[in-house]
Ligand binder design. Structure first.
Ligand SMILES: NC(=O)c1ccc[n+]([C@@H]2O[C@H](COP(=O)([O-])OP(=O)(O)OC[C@H]3O[C@@H](n4cnc5c(N)ncnc54)[C@H](O)[C@@H]3O)[C@@H](O)[C@H]2O)c1
Length: 376
């Protein structure tokens, strides 16, 4: 198959769809890979590294024109719409439900859009989102530790403390992928850690793993009101799939926090769980102060560590890229995980949630395969 890796043009996006090692495993299997000039630059991969593993380095238009399958990280921006072609497979994070203009443009171009974020495994999990949550969860502690320093506006607390001085208190709300990765980092630094969740199963698992080293609490308004004032660093890590994040930490709770304590609301990409996290921040200007508390609300945290994020993303996407490349378009209808990722198929919306969100008719993928693809 002919596969294109294009440079991301979204502001502050330095990840790339595939590492040279990933490309190597495709060229070794006889696939032709076109990599746009400097596509890997932001993640520290040179054109030579891609060329050395058998890729052809081409201009942007050629990467799009030559390829049956395009691998990206983020959704196409308007200046990319016209580069996409009918029946071309686009494999990337798409987030179509809130994006009417993008969805209509891709329908118009008759693209086959497979979205990383909707691919579900047999247990209903979203494995292609996991690596970015792992990255963000781990980052939340190192970012928090940095902003707790006096010269970054923090209260001047060292999370690990020192002998004779109490360690800082990290409060993690949500014990999913982000939360458990944040906890691991906080424990590693020697902080005191409290975690909240509504799931006793998750709290049990943490209690067993850390043998009481981490305090586990059921997430109720009362428990939060008790503990939030004692936090040096509060991490927001709640997800309710398909819904806006619930505002669990109210403004009045934030007012009880010490001046110079830090909030890293990782769930800000779903609206945030802290009432005073009411605006998005950027890597260029990541924090603002509210009631003396430092607020960090960057919705694309993994963008700060593009090399790690690119490798982590390639680790999870490559098996599916290989599957499509080796078995052809038919596998998109046969493989349950790939099928769950197909949001758009040559002019049809094949994802129920996207169709509902945008009031566009929904067409099940199975119907399309029965009708259109018997010759594939
Ligand atoms: N800002 C970023 O760059 C970035 C990067 C990755 C993920 N995220 C976001 O981080 C959030 C968490 O993602 P995840 O992968 O850890 O999700 P997850 O599904 O693995 O975990 C969410 C957890 O929240 C818990 N929860 C639900 N309601 C709760 C409540 N009322 N109180 C306490 N806990 C509650 C769930 O039981 C679950 O354990 C999501 O919004 C995700 O989009 C942001």
């Amino acid at each position: 198959m002919k596969i294109g890796i294009v440079k991301e043009i979204k502001p502050q996006e330095n990840r790339v769809g595939m590492t040279p090692l990933g490309v190597k495993s495709l060229t070794q299997q006889g696939h032709k890979v076109f990599v746009e000039v400097c596509a890997g630059e932001g993640s520290g991969y040179s054109n030579e590294e891609y060329r050395d593993v058998g890729a052809e380095i081409v201009e942007r238009e050629d990467a799009f024109n030559n390829s049956e399958l395009i691998i990206k990280v983020k959704e196409p921006l308007p200046e990319e719409y016209s580069l996409l072609q009918s029946n071309q497979i686009l494999f990337t994070y798409l987030h179509l439900a809130p994006a009417r203009q993008l969805t209509e443009a891709l329908l118009d171009r008759e693209v086959i859009g497979i979205a990383y974020e909707t691919m579900r495994d047999s247990l209903g999990r979203l494995p292609l989102l996991t690596p970015m949550s792992q990255v963000a969860g781990r980052m939340s502690i190192q970012i928090g530790a940095q902003f707790l320093e006096r010269f970054y506006g923090g209260e001047g607390v060292l999370l690990g403390g020192v002998p004779g001085v109490s360690a800082g208190h990290v409060v993690v709300i949500g014990a999913g992928v982000v939360g458990t990765n944040a906890i691991a980092m906080a424990v590693g630094l020697g902080a005191r850690v409290t975690v909240f969740d509504v799931s006793l199963e998750k709290l049990n698992a943490i209690d067993e793993l850390y043998k009481g080293r981490v305090l586990t609490m059921v997430s109720t308004a009362e428990n939060l009101a008790d503990i939030v004032p004692t936090a040096d660093l509060l991490v927001g890590a709640v997800l309710i799939p398909g819904a806006r994040a619930p505002q669990l930490v109210t403004e009045s709770m934030v007012k009880t926090m010490r001046k110079g304590s830090v909030i890293v609301d990782v769930a800000i990409d779903q609206g945030g769980i802290v009432e005073t996290c009411d605006r998005l921040t950027t890597h260029a200007e990541p924090v603002y102060l509210r009631h003396g508390v430092v607020h960090y609300a960057v919705p694309n945290m993994p963008g700060a560590v593009p090399r790690t994020s690119t490798i982590a993303l390639t680790n999870v996407t490559l098996p599916f890229v290989k599957k499509i490349a080796n078995e052809g378009l038919r596998v998109v209808g046969e493989d349950p995980m790939l099928s769950s990722g197909v949001n758009l198929f040559s002019g049809y919306v094949t994802n129920q949630q996207v169709a509902d969100a945008l009031s566009i008719p929904y067409t099940p993928l199975t119907r399309i395969f029965e009708k259109k693809l018997l010759s594939v």
